[in-house]
Design a protein around this ligand. Sequence first.
Ligand SMILES: Nc1ncnc2c1ncn2[C@@H]1O[C@H](COP(=O)(O)OP(=O)(O)O)[C@@H](O)[C@H]1O
Ligand SMILES: [Mg+2]
Length: 251
Amino acid sequence: MSARGSHKTLLQFQGVHKAFGQRKVLQGLDLEVYEGETFCIMGPSGCGKSVTLRHAIGLMKPDQGVVTVEGHDMSSITKPDLRKLRSRMGYVFQEAALLNWLSAGDNVALPLRETTQMPDLEIVERVRAKLELVRVPDAFDKLPSELSGGMKKRVGLARALITDPEIILYDEPTAGLDPEISSSINHLIRELGERLKVTSLVVTHHIGCIKTVADRVGLLDGGRLHYVSTPTEFLASQEPRLVRFLGDRLD
Ligand SMILES: Nc1ncnc2c1ncn2[C@@H]1O[C@H](COP(=O)(O)OP(=O)(O)O)[C@@H](O)[C@H]1O
Ligand SMILES: [Mg+2]
């Protein structure tokens, strides 16, 4: 159990299998994320980290096994319930995935414009507050092409936060950023977890990320999670497979 988390499970994978043709990606994945904690999944490129996140948000369905989010079975959830559930979940894409013809402010506003009847004045107010929260208030009128990599990440984060989600899924939030910017993004993720009391699932292959943000961490390998523990225990482990994996990481 983490310092911040409870033992109430918000997100659960039970024996999840997923294959694409002959390629078996998830092979009996078990995963439990407790309310209020930040759970990190580490793993080599192509091991199924993004596939796991897509299952968590209902974009993919397991071939076998069960994914539950806040008690809903994601395979049998009705469309209206899925829509409601998704509005309580934020997804931070690996490539900030901003629409390049819209300003940062309009990108952040999009989920509210698409899913609510909120008056535009209120939307704009909320967007400004979120951009402030992630410390890029000046991005509001800028196009994505006018933003640095780190700023784009922050705008992507603001967009994920705009509906005040209870669960945030991060796909490699620091991939492709230099160490200093990565560190500032990691600290921001930590701070958001603490201030907004959200539950987070973060996939990453950066050690710096787990050191800063994780309450618990596990290694996804061979389609299952291994060595689930606190970051301190995880990094100190002498398990040969983990030592080998961590040894390949530079940060
Ligand atoms: N929609 C898809 N169709 C076919 N193969 C896929 C699909 N999504 C992922 N894969 C395959 O699943 C494996 C895991 O992918 P992914 O979860 O994206 O890896 P990563 O751990 O790097 O995020 C890869 O071999 C990838 O090619
Ligand atoms: Mg990925």
